[in-house]
Design a protein around this ligand. Structure first.
Ligand SMILES: Nc1ncnc2c1ncn2[C@@H]1O[C@H](COP(=O)(O)OP(=O)(O)O)[C@@H](O)[C@H]1O
Ligand SMILES: [Mg+2]
Length: 216
């Protein structure tokens, strides 16, 4: 599903990741835990193929980073849902439009878009807020919109980069519950956090990252 083998990443003179070996299996919940600056986001950017390894192999589904063409990138992105700490939503749009945009951008037809948006909003428990503008939502609700958007194109894996990093304790709990539920339905999830306590209670496999290395 996702296979990183002996991956090294340098940004100029700086060694950011060294000798990373990670295998994510179908349906798995994997947490990457490590302090700020350890390389968690860089790791996810490699899987999303926003950046490419300096050395080593990154394989995501049928896509091999070494052989990627410009044309293939959008197809890969459809298959990999991404959620960020700061949500990255369109602030001047409502919930429906934010999720619909992800589908519209990949050429889905209008009638199908509506059906799918309603479906994923129901999945994250936000059907009643579908026409609410983003700034009128709580942080937890905004993250649920971002998760709905990430699921819209039926990806095979969800990458969540510190998804609770900007949330209070209550919303954090809700988002973790939601991710657990989504994973329970068979979706593979790869999430990062700098808070080890947070993921200890999750039915997850945990990898520790420090200074660009997997240490446990
Ligand atoms: N493009 C880049 N150029 C230089 N340094 C970078 C670049 N991207 C990341 N870094 C550095 O790599 C390290 C890991 O960053 P990051 O992956 O964002 O860590 P984390 O997400 O665990 O906080 C940090 O020290 C960061 O400053
Ligand atoms: Mg980060």
């Amino acid at each position: 599903m996702i296979q990183l083998t002996e991956v090294w990443y340098w940004a100029g003179e700086n060694q950011i990741l060294s000798d990373i070996n990670i295998h994510v299996k179908g349906g798995e919940l994997l947490c990457i835990v490590g302090p700020s600056g350890a390389g968690k986001s860089t790791l996810l950017r490699l899987i999303h193929m926003e950046i490419f390894p300096t050395q080593g192999s990154v394989i995501v589904a049928d896509y091999n980073a070494q052989m990627m063409t410009e044309k293939q990138i959008p197809f890969l992105r459809r298959k990999v849902g991404v959620v960020f700490q700061d949500f990255k939503l369109l602030e001047d749009r409502d919930v429906f439009e934010n999720v619909a945009f992800a589908l519209w951008a990949t050429g889905v037809r209008r009638k199908k878009i509506k059906k799918r948006v309603f479906q994923v909003l129901a999945e994250v428990g936000l059907s009643h807020k579908r026409y609410t503008l983003i700034p009128e939502l709580s942080g937890g609700e905004q993250q649920k919109v971002a998760i709905a958007r990430a699921l819209a194109n039926e990806p095979f894996v969800l990458l969540a980069d510190e998804p609770t990093g900007n949330l209070d304790a209550e919303s954090t709990e809700e988002i973790l519950e939601l991710l657990k539920r989504i994973n329970g339905r068979g979706m593979a999830i790869l999430m990062t956090t700098h808070k080890e306590d947070l993921v200890k209670t999750l039915p997850a496999r945990m990898l520790q990252i420090r200074e660009g290395k997997i240490v446990g």
